[in-house]
Write a protein that binds this ligand. Structure first.
Ligand SMILES: [Zn+2]
Ligand SMILES: [Zn+2]
Length: 461
């Protein structure tokens, strides 16, 4: 029996992630992302590649924009696919697509394959979630039954299940089973415990095929989480002791909730003083969805609700006159890369003029973003940020609280499930090649492939 794999986006990079699988005759599209920065023909997955293919099911691994931002485009091109995801992800789709429309309205979209705003419509947003069936982790889902013609077996039945990938709330790996063969797509995955989520629980059985994300594949020496927390505590103490406030720009989905819990834990353990925490924007709505699943989705502290952490709401229109400009406070607000027009970008402009203030940049910054330019800048020296010459006198420090598996954890997992075939996706070429080289030497029997965009790969299961 054959398995076909074709990357429709997000090959050799973290881009408009989307992957086509044909599993014994059943066509599955996994994710439909919007590229984090490109607004040309690579901004959205190449769905022209599907024109000759059978598409039965669309499956969403989680609700980050690089996985869901292309969903309206997919639905325009493939309106008949069955749509499946996990229950929390189904609730997040509308919030995330609302933000995607905002992003596309701000950016120039002339280079996109078709005018995207035609099918990104606020009026349709509440419908997207309802078109999906939402499942629990490890629930068996029948994608297709065995089919017989004249007593002859024509097509094998395919079943699947979602498994907790612990990357953000609702994130899932997808396990497919067909005719005794097992295929796993990891989605974005984190095996190590974060502050809110306890670490992935992926199948440990031998796999015929593993499609694995490798975001951190080249990072040989990641800083331990506990050390990063201590560095953050030291930074907050230093800034607030000099009467300044701390700005922590974060992605609205996942990172905001995680950093909020980290800061709250630091306060509860007495490592930093009890200071007002300011949050706002779409992360409020996302926090509510986290809380709704406080008991039904695995947590480090089962039942823990983010709403139990005292927070002051920041209103966008009034934020430049907020108290944190006069009294020490911690502001946790999107966007994570200080995108122009976002609350964190507007606040950072003011922060940069305040000598006793500090900005903590959280995690990866794309080289084209203001967050990256700020991180590269030197205190008191001119630099270019969002095409404007500027200077900053505030402190800037970088922290890594990655929601992606470490290189060591990726290799441990590959070693545990010993896949016959391994496809490395969702990582740049350096990351993918680094993991590929390690697997080739530890598991010489495993066939390793870094799939290229648009190329169809066929393997025998
Ligand atoms: Zn993600
Ligand atoms: Zn991703």
């Amino acid at each position: 029996m054959k398995l076909e794999l074709q990357m429709l986006g997000g090959a050799e990079e973290i881009g408009a992630n989307s992957c086509y699988l044909n599993i014994g005759g059943h066509g599955v599209v996994i994710d439909a992302g919007l590229h984090p920065r490109r607004r040309d023909k690579f901004a959205l997955p190449d769905y022209d590649l599907l024109s000759e293919k059978r598409v039965d099911t669309f499956l969403l691994t989680h609700a980050h924009t690089d996985h869901v931002g292309g969903l309206p485009y997919f639905m325009k091109r493939q309106p008949h696919a069955r749509m499946i995801t996990t229950r929390p992800t189904r609730e997040l789709i509308e919030v995330m697509l609302r933000n995607t429309i905002k992003l596309l309205t701000l950016d120039s979209t002339e280079g996109l394959p078709e005018n995207p705003l035609e099918f990104y419509d606020y009026k349709l947003l509440n419908k997207f979630g309802t078109l999906f069936e939402g499942f629990l982790y490890e629930e068996e889902i029948v994608l297709s039954e065995d089919q017989y013609y004249n007593g002859n077996h024509a097509q094998h039945g395919v079943t699947m299940s979602f498994h907790d990938a612990a990357h953000i709330i609702g994130s899932a790996a997808a396990r497919f089973s067909v005719n005794g063969a097992t295929i796993l797509h990891s989605g974005d995955v984190q095996f190590t415990k974060q502050s809110l989520l306890p670490g992935a629980s992926l199948p440990q059985e031998p796999l015929d095929c593993l499609i694995l994300e490798c975001t951190n594949g080249a990072d040989e020496n990641p800083v331990p989480y506990a050390e990063e927390k201590q560095r953050l505590a030291d930074f907050i103490n230093r800034i607030t002791n000099q009467n300044g406030s701390v700005l922590l720009p974060t992605f609205a989905l996942g990172k905001t909730q995680e950093v909020l819990k980290v800061v709250s834990n630091l306060m509860n353990s007495g490592k930093i003083p009890r200071l007002p925490i300011y949050t706002g924007g779409m992360s409020k709505r996302i926090g509510k969805i986290y809380d709704r699943y406080a008991h039904s989705v695995p947590r480090v502290e089962p039942g823990f609700a983010l709403s139990g952490i005292p927070q002051v709401s920041v209103i966008y229109e009034k934020m430049l006159t907020e108290k944190f400009f006069h009294e020490p406070g911690i502001v946790i607000i999107s966007s994570g890369m200080l995108n122009v027009g976002s609350p964190s970008y507007s606040l950072a402009q003011r922060w940069m003029e305040m000598e006793h203030f500090g900005i903590g940049i959280m995690g990866y910054q794309d080289p084209s973003t203001p967050g990256y330019h700020l991180l590269q800048s030197t205190k008191g020296e001119e630099f270019i940020m969002a095409e404007k010459v500027t200077t900053r006198v505030c402190d800037v420090e970088r922290f890594r609280f990655s929601a992606h598996a470490s290189r060591a954890n990726l290799l441990e997992y590959v070693d545990a499930v010993k896949p016959k075939h391994l496809f490395l996706v969702h990582g740049d070429a350096t990351a993918a090649e680094s993991v590929a080289a390690a697997v080739k030497s530890s598991l010489p029997e495993t066939k390793v492939c870094i799939p290229r965009l648009g190329v169809s790969y066929e393997i025998d299961l």
